[in-house]
Design a protein around this ligand. Structure first.
Ligand code: PGA
Length: 256
């Protein structure tokens, strides 16, 4: 089964529109000829529309960091999947641990968002992962199972096959502490088993599962050499053209 790797940059709440456009110019030049991995940039909402123009013809896709599940209506402050599509997005991060932690996003909300995103022909990048307390208590598998099962509830196997899931241990996000290659591979293989149980072999064989949490150029090749790891969701190291390009390059070299 050959799954094309995805390298997605999650910019979180960083970069103004002009900073984002400067990055776009830089990354377009730096990634010419690095065509193997699929590259996605997820800037803040404010930069989406202009970045979409700036990325035209580059082969780099655009993603949002969150979404609301309704198409339109009186939901002050929210952004719908229709609007994201209109702004040029093809991916949407759903259920990032920062949303779960600071904005009370539950598995049920994550599931509604995933369904809305798929319903509009966009690709969700659904995040799951345990906290440090949970890892130390030995309940990583239980947590990841609960989040995955609930997040995928009610989806057709073909929908799941086209999705992206990101395993991001919360203790590895922004801490400089990465999961070991073996730990990341083992949890990601476990997530693939859950998808197999819930949605069947084709979905499990096709769904792309990324690792996220302090991914940087130096640890990319080790992670990407593992058979179930299909790419990375990159926070801090996606903010600089140099480090993000290096991650794309090393992924392409390892997986080609
Ligand atoms: P990090 O963030 O690479 O800065 O650890 C990853 C993420 O939160 O998606």
């Amino acid at each position: 089964m050959s799954r094309k790797p995805v390298i997605a940059g999650n910019w979180k709440m960083f970069k103004t529109v002009s900073e984002a456009l400067t990055f776009v110019r830089g990354i377009r030049q730096a990634t010419v000829g690095l065509g193997y991995a699929e590259v996605v940039l997820c800037p803040p909402f404010t930069a989406l529309a202009l970045m979409s123009e700036g990325l035209r013809g580059s082969g780099i896709s655009l993603g949002a960091q969150d979404v609301f599940w309704e198409d339109k209506g009186a939901f002050t402050g929210e952004i719908s999947p229709v609007m994201l599509k209109d702004a040029g997005c093809s991916y949407v991060i759903v259920g990032h641990s920062e949303r779960r932690q600071y904005f009370r996003e539950t598995d049920e909300k994550v599931n509604r968002k995933v369904k809305a995103v798929l319903g509009h022909g966009l690709t969700p990048i659904m995040c799951v992962g345990e906290t440090l307390d949970e890892r130390e208590a030995g309940v990583t598998e239980k947590i990841v199972r609960a989040q995955t099962t609930a997040g995928l509830a009610g989806l057709a196997p073909e929908q799941v096959a086209g999705m992206v899931i990101a395993y991001e241990p919360v203790w590895a996000i922004g801490t400089g502490r990465t999961a070991s290659d073996e730990d990341a591979q083992s949890v990601i293989a476990y997530i693939r088993d859950i998808v197999r149980e819930q949605c069947g072999e084709t979905a499990a064989g096709n769904v792309r599962i990324l690792y996220g949490g302090s991914v940087k150029p130096e640890n990319t090749a080790g992670l990407m050499s593992k058979r179930d790891i299909d790419g990375a969701l990159v926070g801090g190291a996606s903010l600089e053209v140099k480090s993000f390009t290096e991650i794309i390059k090393r992924t392409s070299e390892t997986r080609r």
